[in-house]
Design a protein. Structure first.
Lengths: 173, 270
C-alpha cells in the first residue's frame, strides 16, 4: 500500500529552524508535525503536514543515553493538539547528514511507546514519526487496524523547487 | 542520461529520473491540454492522468493537437487522442485515461505530483484549485480568451502557478466573486469560447516551462507563485502587474486544519 507524505517547503523550513536551536541541556531538539490524511486510489493514504509544534525547553528530560528525551508534558500537549484540531501527530527530529535517513534503534524502540497515546484522543487516525536528514526524510505511521507500521513510500517537499523522494527505505522493520 | 534527452542535459544529471518518476494530471484535453500532454511526453514525464469527458468534434480540429478528421468522424474520446499522442512519443509512459468530469476522479487525481488545469470556466478553476490545495498539489492553470473591444478583437490569456502555501488565484485577483457570480448567471447562455491553436500553444509552452523549472530547475530563479499574462495581439508573455502588487504578502486562504485532507477520513479495511 502506498503511503505518501507531503510538506510545504515553507513549513519544512520552519521545522528546521526550530530543531536547529540549541537546547539548554539536550543534545538535540524534537518536535511534532500535525497532519491531515487523505485516501489515495486504488489504495493508500497521503499524509499532509499542516503545522509544526515545538517542544518547550522545560518539557525535555535529562537523559544522557539519548540525544533528546521528551517528558510527559510534551506528549500531553501534543495530544491536546490532536484532540482540539482532529489531526494526526508525527514526532520529528533531524539526523544531521545528507541522503536517506534511517530510524535508529532508539527511535524504533521509543516511538511505538508513545504513538498509542494519540489513539486515546484520536483513535481513527494515523500517528507516527518522521526523521529528517539535510536533504531527505523517512517516516513511519501506525494505525490501530494494522499490526505493523507503514513506511512512507514517497515524500514530497512542495515548493520551488519540488523535491520528491521515492520508494524510500524499503527494508523490513 | 539517455540519447533522446541529450539536448536537454542542462536540466541536470538526474533530470531523466526526476521527470520519469513524475506523475502529472492534465484536466481538460482540448486546445491547451493536448499541447501540454505532447510537450510533457517529449520532455520525458513518466506518468499521466488524462482527464476529460468530451469527444472530438469537427469544431475541435482547428486546435486539438493529435486530433484527426477520423477522430472527429468517429467521435473519439479526447483522452484517447492525448494518450495516443503521448505513447507515440514515449511508449514507456504510463497513461491513465479518465473519461469523465475531474470531480469523479478526485481520489486518483490527488496521487499525482502536479495538476495542469485547462478548463473553460472560473467555477471549475475555483474548485480544482481548492482540491489541489487540499492535497498539497501545485496547480498550473492556463486559459485564453478573445474579447471584442470597439469592433476589434483582443486575444489574451494567462498562466498561473498556484503553489500550496503561496498566493492563490483569489489572492491574485484572477478568481473573484463577481466573475463567478456573472458566470453562474450566464451559464445557460454560454456559447463556445473562441480558441486558436497558436495562443493555446504559447500558453501551454509557458506552462510547461514553469513545470520544468519547478522539477528540474536549470537556474536559480525559484518562484513559488507565477502569474504570466499573454497578449496575443502583441505576441508577448509577461509577468502580471498583479503579482508585483502582491509580492511579499501571505495567502489568507486555506489556513485551517480542515482545509487539508479528507473531511472524514477512514482507512480501508485491513
Amino acid at each position: 500500500m502506498r503511503v505518501a507524505f507531503k510538506i510545504t517547503r515553507t513549513l519544512l523550513g520552519r521545522a528546521f529552524d526550530d530543531l536547529y536551536r540549541p537546547h539548554p541541556f539536550a543534545a538535540e531538539r524534537v518536535g511534532f508535525l500535525s497532519c491531515r490524511v487523505g485516501a489515495l486510489r486504488p489504495s493508500g493514504w497521503v499524509v499532509l503536514a499542516h503545522d509544526f509544534h515545538s517542544v518547550a525547553d522545560e518539557d525535555y528530560l535529562r537523559d544522557r543515553a539519548v540525544g533528546a528525551m521528551m517528558g510527559p508534558a510534551a506528549i500531553r500537549k501534543a495530544m491536546q493538539i490532536a484532540l482540539s484540531h482532529e489531526v494526526c501527530m508525527f514526532h520529528v527530529h533531524i539526523h544531521e547528514h545528507r541522503g536517506q535517513p534511517r530510524f535508529s534503534k532508539t527511535d524504533l524502540r521509543e516511538t511505538p511507546k508513545f504513538v498509542p497515546d494519540f489513539w486515546h484522543v484520536r483513535p481513527h487516525l494515523v500517528h507516527g514519526a518522521i526523521v529528517l536528514s539535510l536533504d531527505s526524510a523517512a517516516g513511519l505511521c501506525w494505525h490501530p487496524q494494522y499490526p505493523k507500521p507503514f513506511r512512507f513510500s514517497d515524500i514530497s517537499i512542495v515548493g520551488a523547487p519540488m523535491v520528491a523522494v521515492r520508494s524510500v527505505n524499503e527494508r523490513e522493520i | 542520461m539517455n540519447e533522446r534527452s541529450k539536448r536537454q542535459s542542462f536540466l541536470g544529471s538526474q533530470s531523466d529520473r526526476v521527470l520519469g518518476d513524475c506523475s502529472v494530471a492534465i484536466v481538460g484535453l482540448g486546445g491547451g491540454g493536448s499541447h501540454i500532454a505532447q510537450q510533457l511526453a517529449h520532455l520525458g514525464v513518466g506518468s499521466f492522468f488524462l482527464i476529460d469527458p468530451d469527444l472530438v468534434e469537427e469544431s475541435n480540429l482547428n486546435r486539438l493537437i493529435g486530433g484527426t478528421v477520423e477522430d472527429a468522424t468517429k467521435k473519439t474520446l479526447k483522452t484517447l487522442v492525448a494518450s495516443r499522442l503521448v505513447r507515440g512519443i514515449n511508449p514507456l509512459a504510463q497513461v491513465v485515461c479518465l473519461d469523465g468530469k475531474w470531480q469523479e476522479f478526485h481520489q486518483i487525481l490527488r496521487g499525482s505530483d502536479i495538476i495542469f488545469g485547462c478548463l473553460d470556466t472560473y467555477r471549475d478553476r475555483y474548485e480544482l484549485e481548492i482540491t489541489a490545495r487540499r492535497y498539497l498539489l501545485p496547480y498550473i492553470d492556463i486559459g485564453m480568451d478573445v474579447h471584442e473591444v470597439e469592433g476589434r478583437f483582443s486575444v489574451s490569456g494567462q498562466v498561473i502557478l498556484s503553489m500550496p502555501g503561496s498566493l492563490c488565484m483569489r489572492c491574485l485577483g484572477f478568481l473573484r466573486e463577481d466573475l463567478l457570480a456573472r458566470e453562474a448567471e450566464n451559464y445557460a447562455a454560454a456559447g463556445g469560447r473562441p480558441q486558436v491553436v497558436w495562443a493555446n500553444g504559447a500558453l501551454a509552452s509557458a506552462a510547461v516551462g514553469v513545470f520544468t523549472q519547478l522539477f528540474t530547475p536549470w537556474h536559480e530563479g525559484h518562484a513559488e507563485c507565477v502569474y504570466l499574462e499573454y497578449d496575443g495581439n502583441n505576441q508577448t508573455v509577461a509577468t502580471s502587474n498583479r503579482l508585483a502588487h502582491m509580492r511579499g504578502k501571505q495567502c489568507p486562504h486555506f489556513l485551517q486544519f480542515s482545509d487539508l485532507g479528507d473531511p472524514f477520513w477512514i482507512p480501508e479495511k485491513s
